[in-house]
Ligand binder design. Structure first.
Ligand SMILES: [Zn+2]
Length: 492
């Protein structure tokens, strides 16, 4: 608009010169008045449009490509061993969005196309961000997509990956963790520097490919789906947050509760979430699309295992998001409140020395590798903790959105329970969003139902994370009590 005005000014200057030569003062006066009027109304229109388009939010976006630069071990499936990736299907990204409300409260959400993050790396990252920006821990949410075609991330899933790698491969993993830490910190600091006036809105869509993997046999899923006989529970909501700046869409943050396990091949990819982000960015020029995983601990994208399927789930998710973006969005008032705490989540059983010595001889290499690590704790003169510092984060955006970030591979019951208890009579999907795989992915987080049923998510998977036993039967009560307190809900 300003360059256009400049051009007009120049053309009017030339006109003015001609007018003076011609001595036609009346014409000059009329043209000058018209010019001044155009300039004035143009400026007024510009200012009005700016004020209407941008709310009192400030937002900044930034990203780093975190696809490993050299071949290194992949994470997610024990069967891969130390196999290196041999190509890239979709690049892996670290993407940051920093928001600032009208009172100056700031927070960053970081989405990572990674299997997870362990407490050690998460603490290093958040402490570095806190010291650089003079922030508190509650202002940073680290969300991982749980892709199973990404690299081994530091000590995440330690007995399954890091502990079974040789020194050369461990070094590759250590080097990548150093690179990753810097990439995450830099992207948040840069996003904060990039902040400008913004409008923030939300909406909710739906995608139906997430399937309860405990209650439906994988081979039967196509048949069951066709007969509309798939068993739940599941949660097919697709929460969407949008950021617009200068009247243009710049950010789309969206979630979905489903394991990123369509693919198991040996190439880097963000799985369906990677394809969805790629499509949204291709279809909306200048937009940064960010994917976070919901409570999909017991949900799989079924059927699976082909690139075509990963791409088609990505397309379906992106299409659901696009429909929300193109439809009627609800504006979010520029108010931000962030809370974070760690609760002492109880474990069911702490093994003694004799039990660990027996387990070290186990024919199951993961049981043996976990026992070795726990024995070292005892040998160092420490005791094995009977609880785990479990991270829970709660953000409130505007008057409407309550966003809960839970650590670990959270099963779907938590999302369903929090949504139904907090918005029991909502007309349409409520703006209560529950992310899993956030801040520290230390184990599966079964609901009481899943814990008592047992199986992989109920307790069998604990060995791969190195925790000494399943959670206590109070796991759901402990988490829900804390979540309710943080969301200002009365304890039950
Ligand atoms: Zn998983």
């Amino acid at each position: 608009m300003y360059s256009h005005k400049k051009f007009e000014f120049k053309s009017d200057t030339i006109d003015l010169f001609l007018i003076l030569i011609n001595g036609c003062f009346m014409r000059f006066k009329l043209r000058f008045m018209a010019f001044a009027f155009t300039l004035f109304t143009g400026l007024t229109t510009h200012l009005t449009v700016s004020a209407a388009a941008d709310g009192p939010w400030q937002a900044g976006l930034s990203r780093r490509n975190i696809t490993p630069a050299q071949p290194m071990p992949m994470a997610g499936y024990a069967g891969r061993g130390a196999t290196h990736a041999d190509g890239t299907l979709t690049p892996l990204w670290c993407k940051a969005l920093v928001l600032k409300d009208r009172d100056g409260n700031e927070a960053a959400i970081v989405t990572l196309d990674l299997i997870g993050i362990d407490a050690g790396l998460s603490n290093a990252v958040t402490q570095a961000i806190q010291s650089q920006l003079d922030w508190k821990r509650n202002q940073i949410a680290l969300c991982t997509s749980h892709t199973h075609t990404g690299p081994v991330v530091a000590k995440n899933l330690r007995p399954m990956h890091y502990m079974l790698l040789d020194e050369a491969n461990q070094k590759l993993v250590d080097d990548y963790a150093t690179f990753l830490e810097k990439a995450i910190v830099d992207s948040v600091v840069e996003a904060r520097k990039n902040m400008t006036d913004a409008e923030v809105s939300w909406g909710s869509g739906r995608a139906t490919f997430a399937t309860n993997r405990r209650n439906n046999k994988e081979a039967d899923v196509p048949k069951l789906r066709e007969a509309n006989m798939l068993k739940g529970p599941f949660d097919h909501d697709v929460p969407v947050l949008t950021v617009s700046q200068n009247g243009k869409l710049t950010g789309i943050v969206f979630g979905y509760a489903c394991h990123s396990t369509t693919l198991s091949l040996n190439q880097w990819s963000g799985d369906y979430g990677g394809y969805a982000q790629q499509k949204l960015e291709a279809d909306n020029a200048g937009v940064q699309a960010m994917f976070w995983a919901g409570c999909g601990g017991d949900q799989n994208p079924l059927p699976r295992r082909t690139v075509e399927l990963a791409q088609s789930y990505g397309d379906r998710l992106a299409t659901a998001v696009q429909k929300v973006v193109d439809g009627k969005l609800s504006s979010v008032d520029a108010k931000l409140e962030t809370k974070y705490r760690e609760i002492d989540l109880k474990l069911a059983h702490i093994p003694d020395k004799a039990e660990l010595e027996r387990d070290q001889k186990s024919s199951n290499k993961y049981t043996a590798s976990r026992a070795k690590a726990l024995s070292k704790v005892l040998a160092d003169g420490d005791s094995i903790p009977s609880t785990y510092p479990y991270p829970i984060q709660h953000w409130r955006l505007g008057n409407d959105i309550q966003w809960v970030f839970l650590g670990g591979e959270v099963t779907i019951d938590y999302a369903i329970r929090i949504k139904s208890e907090w918005s029991p009579h909502a007309d349409g999907p409520p703006p209560v969003w529950v992310a899993g795989y956030s801040n520290d992915v230390m184990a599966y987080i079964p609901s009481r139902r899943v814990l008592l049923e047992g199986g992989y998510e109920g307790g069998g998977a604990m060995v791969y994370y190195g925790l000494p036993s399943p959670w206590s039967s109070e796991v759901e009560t402990q988490i829900m009590n804390a979540v309710n307190v943080m969301g200002n809900r009365p304890a039950k």
